[in-house]
Structures are given as C-alpha cells and as structure tokens.
Design a protein around this ligand. Sequence first.
Ligand code: PLP
Length: 395
Amino acid sequence: MSSKNSWRPATKLIHSGTTRSQFGETSEALYLTQGYLYDSAEAAEARFKGEEAGYIYSRYGNPTISMFEERMCAMEGAEDARATASGMAAVTAAIACQAKAGDHVVAAKALFGSCRWVIEKLMPQYGVEFTLVDGKDINAWKAAIRANTTIFFLESPANPTLELVDIKAVADLAHENDAVLIVDNVFATPMYQHPIELGADIVMYSTTKHIDGQGRCLGGIILGTEEWINEHLHEYFRHTGPCMSPFNAWNFLKGLETLPVRITHQASSAGKIANLLAGHKKISRMIYPGHESHPQADIAAKQMSGGSTMVAFEIEGEKPSAFKFINALETIQISNNLGDAKSLITHPATTTHKNLSDDDRDELGISDGMIRLSVGLEDADDLLEDIQKALNSIS
Ligand SMILES: *Cc1c(COP(=O)(O)O)cnc(C)c1O
C-alpha cells in the first residue's frame, strides 16, 4: 500500500488506519479489552515513562479506537484525534479542555440544543463567558470579539434550519484575534465539507449520525493539530474519561467503509425531495443547501461539495398541518435522530428545540410549521410517494 497519501476519499475510508494482528484478519479486529499485559515490571515502568510505545489502559487508548481515529484523520486531513463516547462528549471536551475562567466564547446562535446548553449554562459555572451571534453575519462575529475571546464555535449547516456560516471568513477572524475555531461538522458529513481545509482549528462529529449510519451506536470524535491535542486535550481526555467504547469504534470503522455509497444515495434522494417540496403550494418554505433557492447558495457552493442528507420545510397552516402531515406518512418514521438508513422526521419546535424560548425560536426561524427530514437509504420513489400522499391529506 504505497500510495496512501494520494488515496481518494472512498479508498481512505476502506483502508486508512488499519493495523492487523498476527492472524492477518481482513476485517478490522475488535479489541474488547480494558487493559494490556507487560512482559516484566521493567516493561511496565518503561511504558508508563513513555520510553516504550504501547497501550496502557483503554481509557487512554485502544487498538480498535486508534484505527478509527487514524481513518478519520486521513479523511479530514487532521494530524491527530480523540474518539469520544458521544457527540456531546466531544463538544464538551473540545471546549472544556482549553477554556479557563475569564475566557470568552463566541458561538453561532443556531446550534444543536445541547451545544447551546454547554455554552450558555455549563461553561459559565466555571467562569467562562459567552456571546451568541447570528452566524450568517460576519459583522456580528466581529462585534462580539473581546480581549479575552479564545474560542469560536459554529455548526454549518445548522440544525434544524440548515443555515450556513462562512467557515473561512470566521476562521480568518478567529486567527486575527488569537482564538481557535471549533466546527461541528455533523450535518455536512466528512463527505461534503472539510473545515480544516477552510481554516478551522478543530472539527468534531457526533459519529452517532452518518458515520454509524444505521442507528446503532453513540459516539463522537475531536480532530485537530498534534500541538493543540497535546497541549489541551490529551491530559483532559486521559483523566476525565469521555472515551469511546472499542465496540462502538469497530462499528464506526465498518460505517466509514460504506459512508460514500450511503451519503451519495441519501443526498441524491434529498435533492429529489427538495425539488418536489420547492414548488409545492402547501409548502411555504423549503431549505436545502443543495438547492438553488437556499438563501446562502453562494456559501454552499464555496464550501460544500454536496447538499447533505437533511431537508427542512414549513407547511402552510402551522402546527396542526405539520402534525397532520407527519402522522400521515407511512414509510418515513417519526424520530428526533438523524443520519440513519431509515428516513426520520421530526417537528423541532416541540421536540429537539422545545427548550428554547418562543423568542429564541422565532429568532432562529424555527416556526411551528417547520419540519426536519433526515433522508434515508430507501428507494427515493417510495419516499417521494409517501410525501406526496401526506401532502394530499392536508386539506
Ligand atoms: C446529534 C448531534 C450532536 C450530539 O451528538 P450525540 O452523539 O447525540 O451526543 C451534536 N451536534 C450535532 C449537530 C448533532 O446533530
């Protein structure tokens, strides 16, 4: 395997990071172990001193988890990574490992609900201040900067409004002010957006979503430079224990192998659904980053290579029509999860975003008629028929 560095994404997702045991297994081995043995007391001492390479304890590192981390690094163009127990463990660790009392975080308002809780509720308990801004407006980011700003945080496309942030512009601003930019890249997936190439310092995922892709395991990952990980994350991670289970890492390795095939199919179906909804008389608004009608189509073209697997739309008639539409679906199922092989639909105002105040929801554009659809791997025609039938059922 001499051409590793020139591998295209689909090849990296099959081969990068693989290490084999003495048995030469084809599929990645699952090392379901907590600890490791040493040949002698001297060998244990050397390993603890860092004089000898090797694993010590699976809270710090494990061969199956290392394979997953390395494959993700190859895909993202990152130097190093730490896999975590969930996407939220990744968000929390990425912020908490570096923020000190007196620091200030600037984040886009349009964030996954729990990410907002970490920034608005948890970090202030430790003296970390924050400002939430309209992520679309680069001047709002500029205006929020203070002498003590150390971290910028954003999600693009954002959940559930599929609003975009110009990652390169925000990264440049962060660096001019000696801050780091963390990007939550879940909605774009590793297939369609590369935040590190756009200037982000740290990229994180909930691997629960498209990287598993079949609704089984919770997980997350934080990717960045070796320097940042050694300086900030390494010790925090070892001692606080937000580590991934080796079983889940094995599952995500298998998920990465099929990621391009799945995402291509799902995004293609999402594009067809967007086209159906865009011109429909019962739909007052349709938001899909791969559609020409997206209000930030220019930014999508600049930083994304595909439209994603998520579609958001508003039904005429607010909550009663939205509920009627959702309940009329037969193939598409009701769930707040996303990135699954099964198409899943949710009403954000009463589920994922119910903890926001009415004002906050209004400001983010999460109306009572808004619906979020995660497009799965079913035949696109079955999904289109299901949606058409449910639309017909709304009077
Ligand atoms: C799901 C999600 C998370 C949280 O991930 P978990 O694995 O559920 O903890 C964070 N950010 C985004 C954008 C998500 O969709």
